[in-house]
Ligand binder design. Structure first.
Ligand code: PEP
Length: 258
């Protein structure tokens, strides 16, 4: 049994004051939904808000994550944040989001280095993979996403692989309001992503790793994704910025949590 994990990626949104308002509005409901351990809920605010959000959810089962990390542990890397700085204040880190790949030139090799650095500092990576529209229409999804998974997991041990979370995020679905179909996302996750993991580590690990879907998830469409056998939760962007929407999405993952 894989425990569903729902993560809210706030991207570059919310001032400290707005972050406080948002967390205060959903904290009690989220804590209630996550209290029995049947789902994990992770809030990923911008770096600057992480300590405040961590303080606001302290003592609850709600977890906190970052949206990026550098692979070096310290030094002359102006503007970057090291994994040792993050593991003092949060538990998860999103790595290789398509916006980082697209706008900040992140590569598969960099993603692999970041995953290793995160693991070395006891941060749980949420690793994003996914194809763009042209690749999707050209029938390249399987090859591209499979290659992204293989590159991300290069030289990562079986034990470490087990704890990594993958987010399948077709780029054409992110922030567009045009979500993938549940069946389509399930096929990419079940066949391509778990297939690549099976090649690398065998079937047991392929079935143990949790894989989220991300891309225009809303309270309206979320049930379609959570009904799929290979989808273990969601990485949520826009809808994680609205307390009622994020609570409703988490509620769909743990309908008995109330
Ligand atoms: C994301 O930011 O990872 C994402 C999936 O965004 P949205 O839910 O807004 O499509």
């Amino acid at each position: 049994m894989r425990t569903p994990i729902i993560a809210g990626n706030w991207k570059m949104n919310k001032t400290l004051a707005e972050a406080r308002t948002l967390v205060s509005a959903m904290r009690d409901d989220l804590a209630q939904l996550a209290r029995d351990g049947k789902i994990e809920i992770v809030l990923c605010p911008p770096f600057i808000a992480i300590p405040q959000v961590a303080e606001l959810v302290a003592g609850s089962p709600i977890r906190v994550g970052a949206q990026n990390v550098h692979w070096e542990s310290k030094g002359a890397f102006t503007g970057e944040i090291a994994p040792a700085m993050l593991n003092e204040i949060c538990d998860y880190v999103i790595i290789g989001h398509s916006e980082r790949r697209q706008f900040f030139s992140e590569t598969d090799q960099g993603v692999n280095k970041k995953i290793k650095a995160a693991l070395a500092h006891h941060l749980k990576p949420i690793v994003c993979v996914g194809e763009n529209l042209a690749q999707n229409e050209a029938g390249q999804t399987d090859a591209l996403v499979g290659a992204q998974v293989r590159a991300a997991f290069q030289d990562i041990s079986r034990d470490d692989a087990r704890g990594i979370i993958i987010a399948y995020e077709p780029i054409w679905a992110i922030g567009t309001g045009k979500a993938a179909s549940g069946a389509g996302a399930n096929a990419v996750i079940g066949i391509t992503i778990r297939g690549a993991l099976a090649d690398l580590y065998g079937e047991e690990i392929a079935q143990a790793v949790r894989v989220q879907y991300g891309g225009s998830v809303t309270p309206k469409n979320v049930a379609e994704f959570f009904a799929q056998p290979d989808i273990d939760g969601a990485l949520v962007g826009g809808a994680s910025l609205v307390a009622a929407d994020f609570v409703a999405i988490c509620q769909a993952a743990n309908p008995k949590g109330r």
